[in-house]
Every structure is written in structure tokens, then in C-alpha cells.
Design a protein around this ligand. Sequence first.
Ligand SMILES: [Zn+2]
Length: 361
Amino acid sequence: MNNINYLNAINKEITLLPKTNKKYQNIKYNFEKILNFKDYEKMIKRLNLSKYIKVFIIGKSIDQRNIYSLEIGIGQKIILFDAGIHAREVANPLFILKYTIDLINKLEKKQKELNNIKIIIVPLVNPDGYEAVLFGFKNIKNKNLYIYKKRNLINFNNYKANSNGVDINRNFPSQHAGLHYYDYLSSNVAFKPSLGVDDFYCGYQLGSEEETIALIYLFNKYINNIKAYITLHSAGRLIYSGKPNLSSKFNLNSLKLAQIINKINKYLVYDKDEEEVGNGTDGTSTDYLSELASGFKFNPITGRLSADSYQKPHIKNTNNISIVTLETLEDITFNIKKIKAEYYNKKLANVFDKIIMFYII
Ligand SMILES: [Zn+2]
């Protein structure tokens, strides 16, 4: 992305959803069904009736769905969760919504603010993809979009991208983003939009997508206060916690968080030795945020975060940030019973509680 695009992203205007006089009513959701986007949005609006949550619209998807960010608590230290970057991983937006609902119900019951922590949740980063995977192309409004035009060729069950066919998790302008590395190793980089076969199209340029920009905005706004970033993906019951190009302090911090999670749900921990750099699996949200926290600056010449050159990784101590990717579920599923079972059997609420408690103390 060019410098102007980047500055526009970090300075973008966002909207705070206004409060009404309506009273908050206890919300019940226990995985009765998979929610479509409209129902999902209704839940968010009901949550907004609570005085313990602030709801922001931090962007709009290409097919004009709101990308929400929810803030709970008034502390300085921030724990950031997101879900639904990949379209087919529909369980995670439901997990994090369920958790948020239960948390707000609890705060309302106790009439108690979270004072020393702020939890920020982006529950559904890629709403067009979510909708298309679950309900097909019929819910796509703009008939000129890639996802609609290619509807007969796309395998929606396996689709990860947004409605432009771009994998958001390859579109971040990180130092090692695959787009600029295809000369070296190209096995994981796709050069054209996704058809829902394990392809990884990073866009016509890094940072091109609205969903990516929404997260770039959030990361930059809170970079000095984010203590932990947990991005929910599926599948494999794994916790990725390492970045081989970054400092051992950073890696130790992230590994510590991964181990806290592993203790509860036994998801397998992968540390930096299991990660590769520059193989085309780069340009993820965790690459971008961990590099940002390590002092990498945006370089207008390369169009991404860069140290002196990308041959010489910039290794600086970070401000005690922990970053993990949580891969829930054994396999991708659209079966609500299996989704519910994962939430309870793998104690995901307990995992989220434990993470928050760890940073409150
Ligand atoms: Zn994913």
C-alpha cells in the first residue's frame, strides 16, 4: 500500500454506535443455531444496550456489512480478540459472541465495571465471507463483486477469502508478506483470487482490503496498550505462538500465553521453531502486529513495515506483548452441535477468562 493509503488507514474515521434509553435485557444464546449476519448484528445491538460495552463500527466490508469492534472495561491494559478473518471458520465468531454475551450478562447482574482492563473484541472481521460460506451467494448484495460473478466456480464450503477473493490473512503489510517474496518461495502464494481450494491470494497489493484496514487502524490506535492479542482461527486445536524473525523476549511472552491456554484445553503449542518466515504464509494479522510492536515502521518504498531491508530483520525488544493464534476445532465444521461441543468440552470460556485474569493481576 502506498503512504497515503497507510495514513488513511491509521487515521480512519470510525463510528460509535449511539446508546438509547432502552434497558438492557439478559441475552440468551447457547448455540441454538448458527446466526446469519443480520441475526448476529441484532445480538450486537442488544449488547449495546448495556452500559458496560461500547460498540464501534470500524469499517465496512466490500458488500457493505459493518465490521464491529466491542469494548468492555475502562482499564489501560488491552486484551484484543478477533475472529472470522477466514470465511469458512464460522465457529469462532459464535464462540466469541457467546463469551461476550455471558460476560455482559454477568457485569449487568453485578452492576460492576471492569476497572483495570479493557477487552476489545472484533467478533467478525470478514462478514461477507461468513455469509457466503453459510448461505451461499444469494445473500451477496452487490452483483458486481468477484464472489458473485464467480459463484459457479467457487467452492464455498472451503472458502477463506473476502468477497474480492483476497485472503485477509495474507493481505497485511508486514515485512515478510508473501506478495513481495514470491521470487524466493512461491508454493503458498496464489496470484489470482480464491476459488476456495487451498489458495492464498494476498490481493493486488498489501493492505488493499477494507477488512485488513479496519484491523490496521485498531492495531495502530492501541499499539502502546495491547498486552495480548488472540486471533481465533480453525482448525487443528493448535496454538501458534512464535515469530522466528523477532526477539526471544517477544517469543517467550507469547509462549507463556500459549501455555496458559494449553493448560486448560490441551491444544498443542507450536512455538517459533515450528514457524517459517518468508515462505508465503506471511502477511497475517499476527505478523503485522508483532512487527509493529517490535518497532518496525511503515516504509513507503516497500509498501509495508520494513526495517533497513528485509534481509536484515529488525530485532528489538517489545513492550511485553503476547500474540497467539488459536486454532479451534479438530476440523472445519458448520454443524452447530459440534461447534457447541467444542466450546464446552475445550472450556473456551474458561480459556478466555483465564487470559483476562492473567492481565488483570
Ligand atoms: Zn484461519
